[in-house]
Design a protein around this ligand. Structure first.
Ligand SMILES: [Zn+2]
Length: 440
């Protein structure tokens, strides 16, 4: 099947036609015509390379009541993603070649987006013994990103050994920066709001102390460090400093840390409970500035589905985490593009090109984050930059409904997603998965 995307604006530039044929971008420009191609009227739409998430919790194996590989990758496709990296904190933990290969196969069978499993750094995420990093790297899943996300690799000796170990196969350690001894019992950001409403505070320094230590460790062993969900102005400063010294560090901000503040905790609604916690307006502004100036390399969703019983409860009993895949592009468009702080080319950089490069999935026949030029894999998302829509939790494709944006109006909406030339999403609705969806 071929598709002719007529009048689309690649990266928001001059309108052109894009011909997708046989899984690749076959022609561009006004001369792109082929007999038998399905014509998609893309007038007024922006084309970006398919989005790549470095930080997705798919919950399978173990919590299929909250999300499955199939439901999570469907949500990803609806959000404009053609690839997601699946976090390792499943049950069992993805700390062996067997588990990462299982997740990789589930993704391939579902057919909504490419799934690249992340391997655990430590056995069982316990932070004591290094997991089988080499076996996971050399498995069919070809793991390059390793993380104990949900937990911090807080032992500096283990962190050093992990950073050293992954150099052999060009891997990266993605750190969840949280000094556990500074966050015992913590429920929300430590500051004015936590003091006023009486919830145990989670200080910024609990994150910043680990970021500072780890950029120095990465410098010492000359390895690659990626800092997950940066949430404080101090962390942005530390990463800016590390990059100015030539340290090989990359950093992520989530859509929710870019948009929301700790003021939302006054509702005591666990929908706004997340790890790391929502911070202050000053932190939010520092993250937006860091994203615009390149200090923050990527927007990662930290899509964290939770079942109703884990969120419909008192704040203290609620699980940490919020959905992100189906709203991330619109949040970034609303905050950064609509305000003139970033271009669509910048969005492509932080949501596709950089995450694909950091995850080392930017090469070969299954490559992502590639330029929209002839010969490249046809991983493309079409966005209506002028659309305004209101988030309806019940309309989401995820099995869980714990979005913090319910009732909010956002600008910019995913219209269609193509995975190697196959439409997984058309008219902002799921189409069909690659391979016909035997697994759904
Ligand atoms: Zn985390």
């Amino acid at each position: 099947m071929s598709y002719l995307l007529r009048g689309v604006a690649p990266l928001g530039g001059e309108p052109a036609d894009l011909l997708l044929d046989d899984g690749r971008i076959a022609a561009t420009g006004r001369e792109a015509r082929v007999a038998g191609a399905t014509v998609v009227d893309a007038d007024g739409l922006v084309a970006l390379p398919g989005l790549v998430d470095l930080h997705t919790h798919l919950r399978e194996p173990g919590r299929e009541d909250a999300e499955t590989v199939a439901s999570g990758t469907l949500a990803a496709a609806v959000g404009g993603y053609t690839a997601v990296h699946a976090m390792a904190n499943t049950s069992p933990v993805a700390d062996t070649a067997g588990v990462v290969e299982q997740v990789w196969r589930l993704g391939r069978d579902a057919g909504w987006a490419d799934v690249f499993p992340i391997g655990a750094v430590s056995v069982g995420l316990a932070g004591e013994q290094l997991a089988e990093l080499g076996a996971m790297a050399h498995s069919a899943a070809r793991v390059r990103v390793f993380s104990d996300d949900g937990q911090c690799v807080h032992d500096p000796v283990l962190m050093r050994r992990a950073l050293e170990y992954v150099k052999a196969f060009d891997g990266v350690i993605a750190q969840h920066a949280q000094e556990p001894r500074l966050t015992r019992g913590a429920q929300m950001h430590e500051g004015v709001v936590s003091a006023e409403i009486g919830l145990t505070g989670w200080p910024a320094v609990a994150e910043e102390a680990i970021v500072a230590r780890d950029v120095l460790l990465a410098q010492h062993v000359r390895s690659r460090l990626h800092v997950l969900h940066v949430s404080t102005a101090g962390s942005v400063d530390l990463i800016r400093w590390a990059k100015s010294r030539g340290i090989c560090v990359t950093a992520e901000a989530t859509p929710h840390h870019l948009m929301l503040t700790d003021e939302l905790a006054r509702s005591y609604d666990p929908l706004f409970k997340v790890n790391p916690p929502l911070r202050t307006a000053d932190d939010v502004e520092a993250l937006r500035a860091g994203l615009a100036d390149g200090t923050i390399d990527v927007v990662g969703t930290d899509h964290a589905p939770h079942s109703r019983e884990d969120k419909d409860c008192e704040w203290a009993a609620g699980a940490f985490g919020m959905l992100g895949l189906e709203t991330a592009l619109s949040v970034v468009a609303t905050l950064m593009v609509d305000t003139g702080r970033m271009s669509w080319a910048d969005v492509a950089r932080v949501m596709s090109v950089a995450p694909a490069r950091i995850g080392r999935v930017d090469d070969g026949p299954f490559a992502h984050g590639r330029p929209l030029v002839v010969g490249e894999p046809a991983n493309v998302v079409l966005v209506d930059p002028a659309a305004r829509w209101t988030v309806d939790p019940s309309a989401l494709s995820s099995l869980s409904k714990n979005t913090p944006y319910g009732g909010r109006e956002l600008t910019g909406r995913v219209v269609a997603t193509f995975l190697r030339g196959h439409p997984t999403v058309l008219d902002s609705r799921p189409a069909t998965p690659v391979g016909g969806g035997a697994a759904r």
